[in-house]
Design a protein. Structure first.
Length: 256
C-alpha cells in the first residue's frame, strides 16, 4: 500500500488506511461489457473448414479465460446491426481484460473483430438499496451475482448535474418511488455498476429476465417516475440473448 503524496497529515493517513482496509475486507470487482463485430470478409475469404477452426480457437480462449475470472457470452446477432456478440466480463484484476483481449486479437477470427462498444465499470454499494428489501434483484453488494436470465438488456446511463444538486433526502425519496416500481416486476434482476471517472458514462445497468415484455413495461412505467426527469442519457440500449460461446462463434462465423 502506498499513497502518492508524502507527509500525510495524521487524519489523512488514517483515512487512507481505512480505505485500504475496506478494500481488503470487501474487494470490489471490475466489470466490462465488450461488444464485438465480425468483419464479413471473414466469411468471404476463409473456407468453411478454416472458419470452423477459427471459431473453435476463440471458443477455447473464452473457456480458458472463464477458469480465471467470470466471462458471460451473449449474442446480439440479428438484433443490432453494429455488433454481433457481447462478452460480459467480471474480475478483481483490470489486467485480466487487457490480457484476454490481447490474446483474442492474436487469433485468426480476432484479426477480423472490431469493438464498436465497450463499457468499463466497478461494483459499489448502493446508497439507495440498503433500506429496501431489493437485494435479490438489485445488486447492492460489491459482487456481481448473475441471475442466469435468458435475455440481457444493457445500457450506459448518465444523470443530469441537477440530480446531484438535490439533497440526499430528495434523491432517496425519488429513488424509493423508482425501486417501488421495480418491485412490481419480480421477473427482472437488475445489476448496477458504476463508472464515475473510469469511463464516459456514470453507470452501466444490466437487466436479466426471461420475459422481454416485462422489461419493456418496466421501462415504460419508469418514464413516469420523478427520478426519470433527471436522466441525461440512457442510450444505446442492447438486447442480448444468453448463449454459449461455441454457438456464438459458429453463428457469426458462418459455420454450419
Amino acid at each position: 500500500m502506498r499513497a502518492y503524496r508524502e507527509n500525510l497529515a495524521p487524519d489523512e493517513e488514517a483515512k487512507y488506511l481505512e480505505m485500504r482496509a475496506a478494500d481488503a475486507e470487501s474487494p470490489r470487482q471490475f466489470v466490462n461489457f465488450a461488444f464485438y463485430k465480425l468483419d464479413p470478409l471473414f466469411r468471404r475469404e476463409l473456407t468453411e473448414a478454416e472458419r470452423a477452426e477459427a471459431a473453435c480457437e476463440v471458443s477455447a480462449l473464452v473457456t480458458e479465460a472463464k477458469s480465471k475470472f467470470l466471462v458471460y457470452p451473449f449474442s446480439t446477432l440479428g438484433i443490432r446491426p453494429e455488433c454481433d456478440f457481447l462478452l460480459w466480463r467480471v474480475s478483481y484484476r483490470l489486467e485480466d481484460f487487457e490480457e484476454m483481449t490481447a490474446a483474442l486479437m492474436r487469433t485468426r477470427m480476432g484479426q477480423y473483430l472490431s469493438t464498436p462498444y465497450s463499457y468499463l465499470a466497478m461494483t459499489k454499494t448502493s446508497i439507495y438499496v440498503d433500506e429496501h428489501d431489493f437485494e435479490d434483484r438489485e445488486t447492492g453488494r460489491k459482487q456481481i451475482v448473475i441471475g442466469g436470465g435468458k435475455y440481457l438488456f444493457v445500457y450506459p446511463f448518465v444523470k443530469t448535474r441537477a440530480w446531484y444538486r438535490l439533497s440526499d433526502e430528495e434523491r432517496r425519496r425519488a429513488m424509493r418511488e423508482h425501486i417501488t416500481v421495480g418491485h412490481d416486476y419480480p421477473s427482472i434482476k437488475l445489476n448496477t455498476t458504476y463508472s464515475f471517472g473510469l469511463d464516459d458514462q456514470e453507470f452501466v445497468v444490466a437487466f436479466e429476465s426471461d420475459y422481454p415484455q416485462d422489461f419493456l413495461d418496466l421501462v415504460h412505467k419508469l418514464r413516469e417516475s420523478e427520478a426519470s426527469a433527471y436522466t441525461e442519457r440512457d442510450v444505446p440500449v442492447f438486447t442480448c440473448l444468453r448463449q454459449d460461446i461455441e454457438t456464438i462463434t459458429k453463428h457469426v462465423g458462418g459455420v454450419k
